[in-house]
Design a protein around this ligand. Structure first.
Ligand SMILES: Nc1ncnc2c1ncn2[C@@H]1O[C@H](COP(=O)(O)OP(=O)(O)OP(=O)(O)O)[C@@H](O)[C@H]1O
Ligand SMILES: [Mg+2]
Length: 356
């Protein structure tokens, strides 16, 4: 049903105007037609009546406006206590206060719906997190189970390789098997480190040595490819506080990514240097490069463009470097190559931990 709108100001003024007009009319009649004491009596009655009616009108209006305000306050208190199932009763009024009530009730409806959506989302996320945690436990359990027999296989392969005559063509195959075992081991290490990270064991030591070990390991992996890995060390570099196993893993991951980005012949250059209070390791390749869109994704766990990649390498790199209070950055040009830069402070404790 269509309601006639009446502004609350008009509602307030109308009775006053009515009373004033009635008083004026009575006063006019009294002055024109009556005389003496009768005239006085009419004027007195009209004046008193006007005052009473004005008082009552103002009281009623104050009540009409004050009541919704009080109700609003009460409902606000309920909302701040977490109860969103509230609505105001003055929403049926046909003035601005009614508008306020309707808007308020509509806002509460929206809030209730948003809360329902958030709760549903939260429940989905929780079940996904639980799912991932179970998967993580399974994966780490599996990784442990695989590692032991793998170590056995590696030992046997080592012995077989040693016993083979130098001219045997099987020697090349044994070498390939060893490289494959190294690769499986690296993936298992990444998986375990992602699922059960342990804090870095910081020691002051020579970063050149840590990087050199990773370069040597990567060179073994590319013997059969036309790829050169060059190393430019910094002989005068101060000792850097770091966990050499973890930084070894960082550089190896960057090196293997660089190698995997090169189709055909190419070069990977590893440079060690320093800037301000940090040691810098850069790994530059002449590979396929990346688009900006790819670059914004590569540090996310499980992001990979390789068929047999796990996508854990770079997320681990970033986590380890950040635990060293350092920073990892990347620049890349599609078709020309990429550069990853790792920055590690000489003294980790001198850098305040980043606020998450
Ligand atoms: N040097 C690089 N040049 C071009 N693309 C790269 C380079 N390094 C990383 N990427 C891209 O980033 C993705 C993620 O790298 P990341 O090391 O995290 O995983 P992955 O190498 O695919 O798998 P793995 O877990 O075996 O390391 C790669 O799949 C690749 O698309
Ligand atoms: Mg990788």
């Amino acid at each position: 049903m269509h309601q006639v709108r009446v502004n609350w100001q008009i509602k307030a003024i109308l009775p006053v105007v009515f009373v004033l007009l009635a008083g004026l009319l009575l006063f006019t009649i009294a002055t024109v037609s009556l005389g003496g004491p009768e005239r006085h009596a009419v004027i007195m009655v009209a004046g008193a009546g006007a005052v009473i009616i004005c008082g009552v009108s103002i009281g009623v209006l104050a009540y009409l406006i004050q009541r919704p305000m009080l109700e609003l306050q009460e409902k606000m208190a309920l909302i701040s206590g977490g109860n969103l199932d509230v609505a105001v009763s003055f929403s049926r009024r046909n003035d601005e206060i009614g508008d306020l009530g309707r808007n308020f009730n509509y806002m509460m409806l929206q809030l209730r719906e948003s809360r329902k959506e958030i709760e549903t989302m939260h429940r989905t996320q929780m079940s996904r997190a639980e799912h991932l945690a179970t998967l993580g436990e399974l994966a780490t359990g599996l990784a442990h189970e695989i590692r032991n027999p793998l170590a056995g296989i590696a030992g046997v392969i080592e012995i077989i390789g040693r016993d083979l005559p130098a001219s045997s063509p099987a020697r090349a195959m044994v070498k390939d098997v060893r490289l494959e075992i190294n690769q499986i081991n690296r993936i298992l290490t990444d998986l375990l480190e992602t699922a059960r990270p342990h804090p870095p064991q910081m020691m002051r030591s020579n970063l050149n040595t840590t990087v050199e070990h990773a370069v040597m390991l990567a060179r073994q992996q590319v013997l059969s490819h036309p790829i050169k890995i060059e190393l430019e060390q910094a002989p005068d570099l101060h000792e850097v506080e770091h966990d050499s196993d973890q930084i070894h893993q960082v550089v190896l991951n960057l090196l293997l990514n660089a190698v995997q980005a090169i189709d055909g012949p190419g070069t990977v250059t590893v440079k060690i240097g320093e800037r301000d209070d940090c040691a810098i390791v850069t790994v530059t390749d002449t590979g396929r490069g990346m688009t900006d869109q790819q670059m914004s994704q590569i540090f996310r766990p499980f992001y990979t463009t390789r068929n047999n990649g796990t996508g854990l390498g770079l997320s681990l790199v970033r986590r380890i470097v950040e635990e060293h209070h350092g920073h990892v950055g990347v620049t890349s040009t599609l078709g020309q190559g990429s550069t990853f830069e790792v920055e590690i402070p000489f003294v980790a404790a001198s850098v305040p931990a980043e606020v998450a």
